[in-house]
Design a protein around this ligand. Structure first.
Ligand code: DI6
Ligand code: FE
Length: 402
């Protein structure tokens, strides 16, 4: 006689299984949860007899996997609204960066902030994402750019994971831009990351992956390759900010290092997409940055689809290029700006986003997966990529709920 902790009944379930069409829908479904995992899922008619467990009806509501925001920079201090105004008057992101603004202005504010201040700034962002159904969030460092401040950012991100029910994945992005202390000495800064920072991060278990910004205003492919070799040696998976402002061969570089994902990709070539397909890398598209920068070059959507490169969507929440703290709105933007279907948007913030973070225990609703479940007041899951700023989450059930 199956004995389960909880039986969720009367659910319309969008399982988002990879092997099922049309959201993998199960009508009149039941989800049995035991020990934070999905123990059984299927139509009520097939439920094993004599099941034991407390039963709760979801009243015919739609249920999806909890959403996953697989690319954020949500730990930071200050804001960049002044730069936004400058860009509206015609300045480019690169011009502002070269003049010492851009990422560096957030670095100055973040270095000056205490860990407690950073935590207090970031917590409402995590809560805002959770309030719209997000159960897993990736957070990058990259506004410290020295050992002390990068470690501070990663520790704050870990603390956010401990203080909330949300799972936080942390990524070391020390190679975000060249700090002023290393002006014209980017190679020496990469050495510092490889020789001092990375070993300390690994010893403290502070990061789950390593990222870099491969761009003319940041690091060259050779510099990124050196960093990725070291990360790989130390057992950390890599991901890459690739081809956001120009085609620097970032996607192919990410593929060479079997990256979990290559992100942005507006300027990625057909060859870059093919390399990603061979390597099994996920394409993470970031429509908030595309919108904010007034970008017109679309990511290579046809090539991604025809090469079967899985597409994830994330907020890229950051004060410079993507001041958006809503994954739901990012889904709508991906649908509208990139013409992703609502089903692609939902897969991109569940199953594919999980893959972009190296998770195989979440992102779909199937037996054996974590019971990270979002319950919605919608008439169809396509609505999740349709409304803008409309709260529709009825409930977020997370395996770590306490
Ligand atoms: N690309 C981005 O869109 C963010 N980082 C990156 O490498 C922007 C970060 C910032 O401008 O503060
Ligand atoms: Fe980013």
């Amino acid at each position: 006689m199956p004995d389960w902790d909880l039986l969720l009944t009367d659910a319309r379930i969008a399982t988002m299984r990879a092997d099922a069409p049309d959201y993998g829908v199960i009508e009149d479904g039941v989800i049995a949860v035991a020990d934070g995992e999905i123990a059984w899922i299927g139509p009520r008619a097939e439920l094993p007899e004599n099941t034991v467990g407390s039963t709760r009806s979801l009243g015919g509501r739609w249920v999806t996997p909890a959403l996953i925001d697989c690319h954020t920079h949500l730990v930071f201090a200050g804001d960049r609204s002044g730069e936004f105004e400058e860009r509206l008057r015609g300045a480019s992101y690169e011009d502002i960066a070269r003049a010492g603004g851009g990422i560096m202005s957030t670095v100055r504010a973040t270095r000056d902030a205490s860990a407690d201040e950073l935590y207090a700034n970031a917590l409402p962002r995590v809560q805002a994402l959770a309030a719209e159904g997000v159960g897993t969030i990736e957070i990058k460092s990259g506004y410290g750019l020295n050992i002390e401040s990068e470690l501070k950012m990663l520790s704050v991100a870990r603390q956010l994971g401990e203080a909330t029910d949300v799972t936080i994945r942390t990524t070391l992005l020390a190679a975000h831009t060249v700090p002023p202390e290393f002006k014209d000495k980017a190679d020496a800064y990469i050495d510092l990351i490889c020789e001092e920072l990375l070993p300390e991060v690994v010893a403290g278990k502070l990061a789950d992956a390593v990222d870099a910004y491969c761009e003319s205003i940041a690091f060259s492919p050779d510099q990124v390759a050196r960093l990725f070799e070291r990360a790989t040696e130390l057992g950390l998976p890599v991901k890459l900010h690739a081809d956001q402002l120009s085609d620097g061969g970032g996607a192919a570089l990410a593929a060479e290092f079997k990256a979990l994902s290559a992100d942005h990709l507006e300027y990625t070539s057909a060859a870059g997409v093919a390399a990603m397909a061979d390597a099994g890398a996920v394409a993470v598209l970031l429509p908030g940055a595309f919108l904010t920068l007034g970008e017109t070059q679309l990511p290579p959507l046809d090539a991604l689809r025809s090469n079967n490169v899985p597409i994830a969507i994330a907020t890229d929440c950051n004060p410079g290029t993507s001041p958006i703290c809503s994954l739901r709105n990012s889904m709508m933007l991906a649908a509208r700006l990139f013409r992703l279907t609502p089903e692609e948007c939902l897969a991109g913030t569940t199953r594919v986003a999980a893959a972009a973070l190296g998770f195989d225990d979440r992102g779909t609703l199937e037996a054996g997966k974590r019971a990270d479940i979002a319950v919605w007041d919608v008439s169809h899951p396509r609505e999740l990529a349709y409304w803008i700023g409309t709260p529709q989450l009825a409930e977020l059930l997370l395996a770590d709920s306490r």
